[in-house]
Design a protein around this ligand. Structure first.
Ligand code: ADP
Ligand code: MG
Length: 684
């Protein structure tokens, strides 16, 4: 019966075969595997368990174990991005980074791991660039930007969890964040705080947070053999280049090379020399050498290049700043070349001078660098200094930033947050009283504080701008002289000026002649303004940049910074004047000196160097060779500088001419009569 019935019925069609996996499915499942293969994955449950039981957790783990990319995702998956007060409010999981590039690059990575568009569920915020939105639940941001968020939201109410990453770096902003967070977690019992650090210093953080628990995440680590040079290297750049070729010619593939350099300029010039050598060697090289670089100002689209897999039969050479020490992990490195230097901002409170200096790294730091060679297999690290120097000359640990930089920005911020008693503030490592007092003096002379040390209206307005108080003073002064448009252009250009010009090796003279056309007799501030104005007149043309040997990418960044500053001005009620072709240089000089009077220098009697007006025993300074007034004859008697860079000499980068009248008008409150009278003497 049944059988007959069955025969009558049409045979049901076989179920359709499952659809072939789409590109998206494949992407997600392989991404999933990559995520699960990271050392941190084995500790997922332990981590979530610890954070559910503790408000503060210190996570210590080898670089590359997955802390930065994974822990915020685990927190999101475990529901920390939704409020538990019954209202189901959306909360943000924030993760701070000391470096801009790390914040953008990691956000990019996590967005693709979660298969979402960057700027939506996963976003980042760095100064002058906010790529986050209302739907953002995981946000990477610089420590400095989170610090500024306290101004508008003192309890950080938008956040459900915060990870303060790279705490071992001890940057100024990270340390102040930790102090402020230690205070607010008392009232925000729902806020979870994770302090993540590479393997050094964990105990110190735990102690500071009243014995907070520590979770250790061991990473993969293969042995790394260390090689030293037998004699100190006179020219480490040349030594590094030689080492690169030696490795490439004698060591097997695959195995990429990571070179630690001090900054963009050094990286660019080394890249050029390397490309030249590669061209010369041509086909005599057995395998290809691919050069790529990573440093703070590298545009995001170029950053991704270092993560692309190395093609077969070639070797990648990555030229990096110490950003690759712990903030960014590049897979596939087997060789590290380490000259042992790093660029730092160093402030001398006695002379009130801050300058960029290249200094030897600490031992902790060079050890960390060496470790980068041992992630995929046994590796080698070539130190371009002697073993003796490692044991006898390098400091054990780097000095925390708070003990060596100018504190005026951070003090202005703390005062705005109502922290008035700086001497008793709960710093991890308190800065010297002298450096606090010097910063207070500077803020007072800028008019940000009154004689009782209280914040003035001007001081509050200065804080609206995420820039140095000396710069925000210039902006606020420009309002009176109706030249804000020009002044914020100059400020935006100053920040990017070191990468503005380029000179191809074969066309140096031609490039120099083009650059000289922009020179202004009053100095670099006006030269920068000239460049900007001409570029604007071409409607932001890239062809114009090429013709004039100016970096188009740099000018695009300047434009972005200027747009952000324009918005901030409008918010502070400063209307921008229309761009006028006949700007009055005097007004611009006045606006700049109103903030930069502490950087006025006068020509020495001998006429070969400059000294600060105030300090009799101050360092002699020289006009930077890149300055438009470098070869001015006779040399200007008085000028002010934007920043100091210490190389073979103390160089002043970006100089503006001023005269005695201007100095007297804007800084009689700062200099003594004796200092000011010195000017007239020189001028005779
Ligand atoms: P940690 O914070 O513990 O040092 P990360 O979470 O930064 O580790 O890195 C985990 C892994 O993610 C590393 O293998 C790294 O190479 C990879 N990764 C991080 N950022 C990117 C990126 N932008 N592109 C590709 N891979 C990345
Ligand atoms: Mg990390």
């Amino acid at each position: 019966d049944d059988i007959l019935k069955g025969d009558d019925e049409p045979v049901p069609p076989p179920p359709p075969p499952p659809p072939p996996p789409t590109v998206k499915d494949i992407k997600i499942s392989s991404m999933d595997q990559v995520r699960k293969s990271l050392p941190v994955y084995k500790y997922r449950e332990e981590f979530l368990d610890a954070i559910s039981k503790n408000q503060v957790l210190i996570v210590v783990g080898e670089t590359g174990s997955g802390k930065t990319t994974q822990l915020p995702q685990y927190l999101h998956e475990a529901g920390y991005s939704t409020s538990k007060d019954g209202l189901n409010r959306k909360l943000i999981i924030g993760c701070t980074q000391p470096r801009r590039v790390a914040a953008t690059s990691v956000a990019n990575r996590v967005a693709s791991e979660m298969d979402v568009k960057l700027g939506h569920e996963v976003g980042y915020t760095i100064r002058f660039d906010d790529n986050s939105g209302d739907d953002t639940v995981i946000k990477y941001l610089t420590d400095g930007m989170l610090l500024r968020e306290f101004l508008n939201d003192p309890t950080l109410s938008k956040y459900g969890a915060l990870m303060i990453d790279e705490a071992h770096e001890r940057t100024l902003s990270t340390e102040i964040l930790l102090s402020l967070l230690k205070d607010i977690i008392k009232t925000r019992s729902d806020l979870k705080l994770i302090i993540a650090s590479a393997t050094i210093n964990a105990e110190k953080f735990s102690k500071y947070f009243n014995g907070a628990s520590i979770l250790n995440i061991p990473g993969r680590r293969f042995p790394v053999t260390i090689h030293y040079t037998s004699n100190p290297e006179a020219n480490y750049i040349q030594a590094a280049i030689t080492t690169i070729f030696q490795i490439h010619l004698t060591q097997p593939l695959p195995g990429d090379i990571l070179v630690f350099l001090t900054g963009q300029e050094e990286i660019e010039s080394m890249e050029e020399s390397l490309q030249e050598s590669i061209m010369k060697l041509g086909t005599s090289l057995p395998n290809q050498l691919q050069i790529c670089s990573i440093y703070a100002n590298l545009p995001p689209d170029m950053q991704q290049k270092i993560f692309e897999p190395t093609p077969p039969n070639s070797r990648k050479v990555i030229l990096a700043t110490n950003i690759a020490e712990t903030s960014i992990t590049i897979d596939g490195i087997s060789y590290v070349i380490d000259p042992g230097y790093v660029k730092q901002n160093v402030y001398n409170p006695v002379q009130a001078m801050e300058s960029l200096v290249v200094v030897p790294c600490s031992r902790a730091s060079v050890d960390q660098r060496a470790g980068r060679a041992g992630r995929v297999g046994p590796g080698k690290c070539f130190r371009l200094f002697t073993k003796w120097s490692y044991y006898n000359e390098l400091e054990l640990n780097a000095t925390p930033e708070i003990l060596r930089v100018n504190l005026s920005s951070i003090i202005l911020l703390l005062l705005s947050l109502g922290v008035n008693d700086l001497i008793h503030f709960d710093f991890m490592d308190p800065p010297s009283h002298q450096s606090i007092i010097k910063s207070l003096e500077l803020l007072y002379s800028l008019g940000a504080l009154n004689s009782k040390g209280q914040l003035t209206k001007l001081g509050r307005q200065m804080n609206e701008f995420p820039i140095d108080p000396m710069l925000s003073k210039c902006v606020l002064t420009s309002k009176k002289y109706e030249c804000t448009n020009e002044v914020i252009t100059i400020i935006s250009m100053l920040g990017e000026s070191s990468t503005l010009f380029y000179r191809p090796k074969d066309k140096q003279d031609q490039a120099n002649r083009r650059h000289e056309k922009f020179y202004h007799e009053l100095g670099d501030h006006f030269t920068l303004l000239n460049i900007w104005n001409e570029w604007v007149d071409t409607d932001f043309s890239s062809q114009w940049c090429q013709d004039n040997y100016v970096q188009y990418k740099t000018l695009r960044r300047v434009k972005n910074v200027k747009d952000q500053l324009t918005k901030l001005c409008k918010r502070s009620g400063i209307n921008l004047n229309k761009k006028s072709d006949s700007f009055n240089p005097l007004y611009i000089q006045k606006s700049i000196i109103a903030g930069y009077f502490p950087n006025v220098v006068k020509l020495s009697m001998m006429g070969d160097s400059y000294r600060k007006l105030k300090s009799t025993d101050g360092q002699p300074c020289h006009i930077h060779p890149s300055s438009s007034i470098h070869s001015l004859k006779p040399p200007p008697k008085l000028l002010l500088y934007h920043e100091l860079v210490l190389t073979s000499k103390e160089y002043m980068r970006n100089c503006l001419l001023v005269d005695e009248k201007l100095v007297k008008e804007f800084s009689s409150h700062y200099y003594s009569l004796k200092d000011l009278n010195q000017i007239s003497k020189t001028n005779k």
